[in-house]
Ligand binder design. Structure first.
Ligand SMILES: [Zn+2]
Ligand SMILES: [Zn+2]
Length: 221
């Protein structure tokens, strides 16, 4: 069976579930804030990051959370579709590897952990599935054992911005294995950044030397 495009049903390119036209429609991240990856007219530091330093050194994304990519990411979560996770992971790896200048100041990649209850419900952690092709492409180790989500939180997407920080506070626990390491945190989408900020802050308190954030998509403000 030839691969079918997940977006338009057309013929997939090179056995992949996306066609050439839909791949070309994917909204690549252009000039952006070097700290939080929000789009800017020219690369620099956005107003929010100037006023509020974040617990991670930099964030970057392969794409903007816009059509047609946003629909693929939504379908990834509700309900979980592992084949989509693999496709998005490959697209994310292509997008990021094209941006990166090696050597990267990173020792290990950590997907944002999912709570055990949510993992059972969904069947997989989308951040981990997205991270796999990127780890292969960058030849970096992936660690899924030194961090866990100890609190099942309400999805951030359903909350107003001012409640998001409180919702995620204390949600993560990490082991001493993160101490002395330069870490790249991987997640699917960043909106306000409260989730990755809380995770990064937890890692820094446990002795991580630095935290960088790698995303599939950034929601433009
Ligand atoms: Zn298509
Ligand atoms: Zn910023």
């Amino acid at each position: 069976m030839p691969a079918q495009c997940e977006l338009c049903g057309g013929l997939g390119q090179e056995g992949r579930n996306v066609c050439v036209a839909c791949r070309n429609d994917m909204p690549a991240l252009g000039p952006a804030c070097r700290q939080c990856a929000v789009p800017l007219p020219a690369a620099g530091l956005c107003g929010i990051c100037q006023r509020h330093p974040r617990p991670f050194v930099a964030a970057t994304a392969a794409f903007l959370y816009q059509p047609p990519l946003d629909s693929l990411i939504q379908r990834l979560k509700f309900p979980g579709d592992l084949r989509l996770a693999r496709l998005l992971g490959e697209l994310m790896a292509e997008g990021l590897c094209a941006q990166f200048v090696t050597p990267l100041d990173v020792d290990v990649m950590l997907p944002v952990p999912l709570h055990a209850a949510r993992l059972r419900e969904r069947g997989f952690n989308q951040a981990l599935e997205l991270a796999r092709p990127l780890a292969r492409c960058l030849n970096l180790p992936l660690d899924t054992r030194c961090a866990e989500r100890v609190r099942a939180t309400v999805p951030q997407s359903g909350l107003p911005a001012k409640l998001r920080r409180r919702n995620i506070k204390g949600a993560f626990r990490v082991t001493a294995a993160v101490a002395g390491r330069r870490i790249a945190v991987v997640d699917d989408v960043m909106t306000t950044g409260h989730t990755v900020s809380e995770f990064a802050a937890t890692l820094r308190r446990a002795g991580a030397v630095s935290v960088t954030v790698w995303l599939c998509a950034r929601v433009p403000r």
